[in-house]
Design a protein around this ligand. Structure first.
Ligand SMILES: [Fe+2]
Ligand SMILES: [Fe+2]
Length: 176
């Protein structure tokens, strides 16, 4: 197994672990009756599984061996919604670091099909980190104010919470 294939297999654990952790977060948020935040984290959990699926598809197409990792039981509770989203941000940063590492290995090996596949992940991670940072900042602004927290929760339910982030770099360019 080449270093690149090994690294992609190792990275599968990052995506599955993130999926599992986000599902646990979604449950905790639901228990706190923060339905909007909860459904957002549930969607994120599904997205992480789909990221793993993309990598698996690449491995299969490249005729490489897929080794599914074992996943640790995730944390079950958080001291606050702010604490929870701080962790989301840290987790996304760790995933980005792992993707960047794989990218470097793929580049060094001259594996164009891998860098092409990874380009999608680089863009995705930029978006995911921007989103996580945005939610974190919003929660900092809300502070201890329950009304502000509930408003944010409602915006997640309405699908408007991330409208400005969702625009992404391309969206911003269109507005200039
Ligand atoms: Fe991911
Ligand atoms: Fe992610």
């Amino acid at each position: 197994m080449t270093a690149l294939i090994k690294m992609i297999n190792t990275h599968l654990a990052c995506e599955f672990q993130a999926s599992h952790t986000y599902l646990a977060m979604s449950i905790w948020l639901r228990e706190k009756d923060l339905a909007g935040f909860s459904s957002y984290m549930q969607t994120k959990s599904q997205e992480e599984r789909s990221h793993a699926a993309r990598l698996i598809a690449y491995l299969v197409d490249a005729d490489a061996k897929v080794e599914l990792p074992s996943i640790d039981a995730p944390q079950r509770s958080w001291s606050s919604t702010q604490d929870l989203f701080d962790q989301v941000y840290e987790l996304e940063q760790a995933v980005t670091a792992s993707i960047n590492k794989i990218y470097s290995i793929a580049e060094q090996a001259g594996e164009r099909s891998a860098t092409a596949m990874l380009d999608w992940f680089v863009a995705e991670q930029l978006q995911e980190e921007a989103e996580a940072r945005f939610v974190r900042k919003r929660l900092r602004l809300a502070g201890q104010n329950s009304a502000a927290l509930l408003l944010l929760d409602q915006q997640f339910l309405d699908g408007t919470a991330l409208t400005t982030v969702k625009a992404g770099p391309a969206g911003l360019a269109n507005n200039v």
